[in-house]
Design a protein around this ligand. Structure first.
Ligand SMILES: Nc1ncnc2c1ncn2[C@@H]1O[C@H](COP(=O)(O)OP(=O)(O)O)[C@@H](O)[C@H]1O
Ligand SMILES: [Mg+2]
Length: 317
């Protein structure tokens, strides 16, 4: 089945379509009750899920490593994390964690398996949804098809309290769709003029096209904490001159040979070298992330695990 036919099949459930229209209707135009069809497989009283995208624009800045290690650091605490490879055509989370997926998101789109069949066990406390790699068909989905995919997460039987999605390099539709569907967008930046510029362009586009107002900044591959702060300062200067957005500096991850060694071993540095400077930085980042406000109510457009937020909003009305 082609992805287009699958999208139509997904839309045929009407959950995505109806939730989109109902929510935009209700939350932009008043406080009428939302009537989103809920799958019978869903538990009605599950807690909301914190949802975080790891973005940054440029390739090679460390997005995937930040996603993997932030997930591992949260999972080694008392969190349950769902780590999603959002780079649908060139994903590499499975490589970074030495996973051997039998199925991929591509198979979900082809109707061969369900999202649940794709989930693999990663480091402690982390479940992983790997992506397809080198599958051209997955490279050009429409925003409706991404909405269908995001909607499928609501049917996933998971105890995760946090979803982390590693988004692709660049500003493709997948990056926009996934960043629009989360509560927190982390921008990873390194000290290179092109990376700084790409981070700024990513912030500009996500702000203007996806209405993201707050960005969490992580400086990667730094030589010192001062270096990270300076890098953040440069990005903040550039951003403040052009955009009305909120930047929150979340600290730096040092350039660390042990992280590279962990990559070669296909493990997170948090697990492989827990006392390394990079692992320490990721645990500090995780402690900070754990303090971010939890989503309490639907935000008014398609987002991951939307039904849980509707349940909460219904329960408090
Ligand atoms: N803090 C770090 N210290 C050392 N090497 C790093 C660090 N962060 C990332 N790298 C290396 O940089 C390269 C790109 O990282 P990756 O996470 O794949 O970037 P992206 O997902 O942004 O393309 C990898 O070889 C990785 O090992
Ligand atoms: Mg990557």
């Amino acid at each position: 089945m082609s992805v287009h036919r699958l999208a139509r099949k997904l839309m045929a459930t009407r959950a995505v379509e109806e939730s989109f229209f109902e929510l935009s209707h209700v939350y932009f135009a008043g406080k009428r009750r939302v009537n989103v069809p809920i799958s019978p497989t869903l538990s009605l009283h599950r807690a909301p899920v914190q949802t975080i995208a790891i973005a940054g624009g440029k390739g090679g800045v460390g997005k995937s490593n930040v996603a993997v290690n932030l997930a591992a650091a949260l999972g080694s605490g008392d969190h349950e994390v769902l780590l999603v490879d959002g780079d649908l055509d060139l994903g590499n989370i499975d490589q970074l964690l030495n996973l051997r997926p039998d199925n991929s998101l591509c198979d979900v789109f082809a109707g061969i398996c369900t999202l649940d069949d794709v989930v693999l066990q990663g480091p402690r406390g982390v479940s992983v949804i790997p992506s397809a790699s080198g599958v051209m068909e997955m490279a050009h989905l429409s925003h409706i098809e991404y909405a269908g995919l995001i909607g499928l997460f609501s049917e996933l039987p998971t105890d995760a309290d946090t979803l982390i999605i590693d988004v692709a390099t660049g500003l493709s539709e997948s990056v926009l769709s996934f960043c629009r569907a989360v509560r927190e967008v982390v921008i990873v930046v390194v000290d290179e003029p092109t990376a700084l510029h790409d981070a700024f362009s990513t912030i500009r586009v996500l702000h203007q096209r996806c209405h993201v107002h707050r960005f969490r900044i992580v400086a990667n591959k730094t030589e010192s904490s001062r270096h990270g702060l300076d890098l953040y300062g440069a990005l903040a200067d550039l951003t403040e001159r052009h955009l009305d957005v909120l930047l929150d500096y979340c600290g730096s991850v040092p350039l660390d040979a042990q992280l590279k060694q962990a990559v070669r071993q296909r493990r997170s540095v948090v697990e492989a070298f827990p006392r390394s400077p990079a692992a320490l930085a990721f645990r500090k980042l995780a402690a900070r992330v754990a303090r971010w406000p939890q989503p309490q109510a639907p935000c008014g457009h398609i987002e991951f695990f939307i039904e849980r937020l509707i349940d909460v909003a219904d329960g408090t009305r």
